[in-house]
Design a protein around this ligand. Structure first.
Ligand SMILES: Nc1ncnc2c1ncn2[C@@H]1O[C@H](COP(=O)(O)OP(=O)(O)O)[C@@H](O)[C@H]1O
Ligand SMILES: [Mg+2]
Length: 325
């Protein structure tokens, strides 16, 4: 199968179409053109688009992973949630809409891979037993390449990722977004029609919590249900004795804030040095370190998500560990 050449039509601000992996031009060049450049491409796809609607009909539940700040563990959580749902027997897709800083390829050790297929039938990459994965990272020449785009182009790419990718029948689509409440989560929320909910990631510090309040407000303004808040890096797993130290005090600021804002707490994940090592090695924690306490915390989170989306009787016992540390 050939590398996708259709995405660059949307992906190149200079309107060029190139074979193989895309390269990205300067946003300044994306001014209106008469030669079929991207600004003359069809307008951003709306919910009325039939192909998009048809595609979305095959995706039962759609989750958006959001945070007010970068570096709180959103991508780590999105990956472990998706893998965990998949280990729990669900058919899952993972879409990375962090256009300026995609980290899903690295987290799943899929760097350097490209998407293949035809223009309107792009094959997602797969991880493990069939987790389907799509990221702009699969279209870039290398991970040092900068994407310099304005909102409308990002929206076109996100529309294409939803509409033209062969997602097939999915029970869950987990979407990882960049930090904040900018173009990407906004476009996603507008294009995807119905989101089952946002999973908001925070760390216990007060500064991060302030940003979470903005995420909750964002969701409320867009009528996106908030599934709940996840407090990540909540307590430190001591690399020597394995016990958890409550660095920011017991109870967790995220939990208090969630109660204050009237949203559920979905889970707490400890700060675990092994998570950093596993992530850097492209090993999803729940898959490769399934027997650890931290993996259990990720699994409990995915079960809380399933309970919230499908109803409390839907979870089975903890997914079987596929591999252990
Ligand atoms: N629970 C955790 N314990 C230890 N390190 C973590 C944890 N969650 C995330 N990290 C690390 O924090 C860094 C940022 O995580 P990332 O998922 O890229 O954040 P974001 O997507 O919010 O920017 C990464 O180095 C990651 O390995
Ligand atoms: Mg990220």
């Amino acid at each position: 199968m050939s590398a996708v050449t259709a995405l660059p039509r949307c992906a190149h601000p200079d309107g060029s179409i190139r074979e193989g992996k895309s390269t990205v031009g300067d946003a300044a060049k994306s001014a209106p053109r008469r030669d079929g450049g991207p600004s003359e491409a069809p307008p951003p796809t709306g919910p009325a688009d039939e192909v998009l609607q048809e595609r979305l009909q095959h995706i039962d539940h759609r989750l958006l992973v959001l945070s007010g700040k970068g570096g709180v563990g959103k991508s780590t959580l999105a990956v472990n949630l998706a893998v965990s749902l998949s280990l729990n027997g669900r058919r899952v897709g993972l879409l990375d809409v962090d256009i300026h800083g995609p980290s899903i390829p690295k987290l799943l050790h899929l760097e350097g891979r490209t998407l293949s297929g035809r223009a309107e039938a792009i094959e997602p990459l797969t991880f493990g037993e069939g987790l389907k994965v799509v990221s702009i990272g699969f279209l870039l020449e290398n991970d040092q390449q900068a994407v310099i785009w304005r909102g409308p182009l990002k929206m076109k790419l996100i529309a294409q990722f939803l509409r033209d990718v062969e997602w097939g029948d999915l029970e869950y689509l987990v979407v990882d977004s960049p930090p904040g409440t900018g173009d990407e989560p906004l476009s996603l929320a507008q294009l995807i029609g119905r989101l089952d909910g946002a999973v908001i990631v925070t760390t216990p510090q007060e500064l991060a919590l302030t940003d979470v309040r903005k995420c909750i407000t964002f969701c409320r303004q867009l009528d996106v249900p908030v599934l709940g808040v996840v407090e990540n890096m909540s307590g430190l797993v001591c690399p020597h004795c394995g016990k958890t130290i409550d660095v920011f005090g017991a109870g967790g600021g995220g939990e208090g804030m969630a109660t204050q804002m009237g949203v559920p707490t979905l889970g707490r994940i400890p700060l675990d040095p092994q998570v950093v090592q596993a992530s850097d090695a492209g090993q999803p924690f729940v898959y490769f370190y399934g027997k650890t306490e931290t993996a259990s915390a990720f699994r409990r989170l995915s079960e809380a998500v399933i309970d919230s989306v499908e109803g409390p009787s839907a979870t089975t016992t903890e997914a079987d560990d596929v591999a252990s540390s």
